[in-house]
Design a protein around this ligand. Structure first.
Ligand SMILES: *[C@@H]1O[C@H](CO)[C@@H](O)[C@H](O)[C@H]1NC(C)=O
Ligand SMILES: *[C@@H]1O[C@H](CO)[C@@H](O)[C@H](O)[C@H]1NC(C)=O
Ligand SMILES: *[C@@H]1O[C@H](CO)[C@@H](O)[C@H](O)[C@H]1NC(C)=O
Ligand SMILES: *[C@@H]1O[C@H](CO)[C@@H](O)[C@H](O)[C@H]1NC(C)=O
Length: 315
């Protein structure tokens, strides 16, 4: 009885209680310490207990999670609980007791992990919004400590100085169409996703000059600028409304503005020595989306038809 009392009071010294929170990396290993003050009483039994799973060990015997848990005794007064291949479910409060009901350690284990994208909640690789609308792109990430999410436009050299799981663009304009990147980072690693945002708008067509003068036999260039997204078809038609393709007579020269800018230049080039009297007339630049078809015409005229005062009339 006296001996028990001594053990009790030695142990009751608050100094010896380990009460901490420790972080373990998911899939990693961790050792939870249980060290009894020396000298170790003869025949003492030390047990680990967890809030979720109740008694886990007794001495060096393991009752639960045998594939993951073991008791390590680096010293005669230690009964450390080693847990390997940590899963999220091992987040718990672990306590180490003696059979004399003295609590030696109280350890809250939190499981930490690198950032991981929640694919179901994160915007996919392609995102389309109508011009003038409200674009919202999402990157939902789990991980501990909570990852910092940063947004970039184009590539990681261009930070937008926007942080968090959403990138919002109200009143989105066509020139905002681009690749947007979200990058999530914590002390265990970083990961990113790219979202190609398309801004949809109906096609618009413009010609460089509505009247082009060329002599018979001369080459001529009719230039057209088309904007639209999506652009289903862009082409030139002749006086008879027939589509013109590249041939010995014509060269169709199509140049996208590049960099995802939804602008395209399409030139109708009359090759040298093909313009005859029959080629003068109206040529039309056409652009089609799924819903609409817009066009603008260019008159090809003889230089003799130029207004005498030399002024051009636009439209
Ligand atoms: C252990 O620490 C926690 C948080 O710091 C505290 O709330 C709790 O009362 C402590 N337990 C004991 C037995 O000291
Ligand atoms: C330890 O505590 C439990 C309940 O908290 C009690 O049933 C048991 O008798 C105690 N054991 C000792 C040795 O004091
Ligand atoms: C980002 O884009 C710019 C221009 O498009 C390019 O010069 C640069 O090398 C790119 N940086 C990276 C990290 O890809
Ligand atoms: C985005 O998607 C469009 C349409 O599929 C494509 O034309 C464009 O090249 C893509 N942009 C980037 C930066 O990948």
């Amino acid at each position: 009885m006296v001996i028990l009392f001594i053990i009790c009071c030695l142990f009751a010294g608050v100094q010896s209680l380990l009460n901490i929170t420790v972080a373990g990396k998911q899939n990693g290993d961790i050792t939870l310490q249980c060290r009894i003050p020396e000298p170790v009483p003869n025949g003492i039994i030390v047990r680990w207990y967890s809030a979720k799973d109740s008694w886990l060990t007794s001495g060096t015997r393991v009752y639960k999670h045998r594939n993951h848990m073991s008791v390590q005794k680096p010293a005669p007064n230690e009964w450390n609980l080693h847990i390997k291949n940590l899963a999220q479910s091992f987040a718990d409060v672990y306590t180490c007791h003696t059979d004399t009901n003295v609590t030696v350690s109280i350890i809250s284990l939190v499981i930490e992990s690198e950032p991981k994208f929640e694919d179901g909640l994160t915007t996919g690789k392609y995102y389309t919004v109508t011009e003038g609308g409200y674009a919202v792109m999402k990157c939902v990430v789990s991980g501990k400590p909570e990852p910092i999410i940063e947004w970039f436009r184009g590539n990681e050299s261009y930070p937008l100085k926007v942080y968090g799981s959403q990138l919002k663009i109200p009143g989105v304009q066509r020139y905002a169409a681009d690749l947007y990147i979200c990058k999530a980072k914590n002390k265990y690693g970083a990961d990113k996703r790219s979202i190609n945002m398309t801004v949809a708008f109906e096609p618009e067509v413009d010609v460089m000059s509505p009247v082009v003068y060329a002599k018979q036999g001369e080459a001529a260039v009719l230039s057209c600028v088309v904007q639209g997204s999506p652009l289903v078809d862009v082409y030139w038609t002749d006086n008879d409304d027939k589509r013109i393709s590249t041939s010995w007579k014509y060269l169709i020269n199509e140049v996208p503005a590049g960099n995802g800018i939804p602008v395209k230049f399409i030139n109708l080039i009359f090759r040298p020595a093909i313009i005859t009297i029959h080629n003068y007339g109206k040529y039309t630049c056409n652009a089609k989306s799924y819903e609409s078809h817009v066009q603008k015409a260019v008159e090809l005229k003889r230089p003799e038809d130029k207004p005498a005062d030399g002024t051009f009339t636009y439209n």
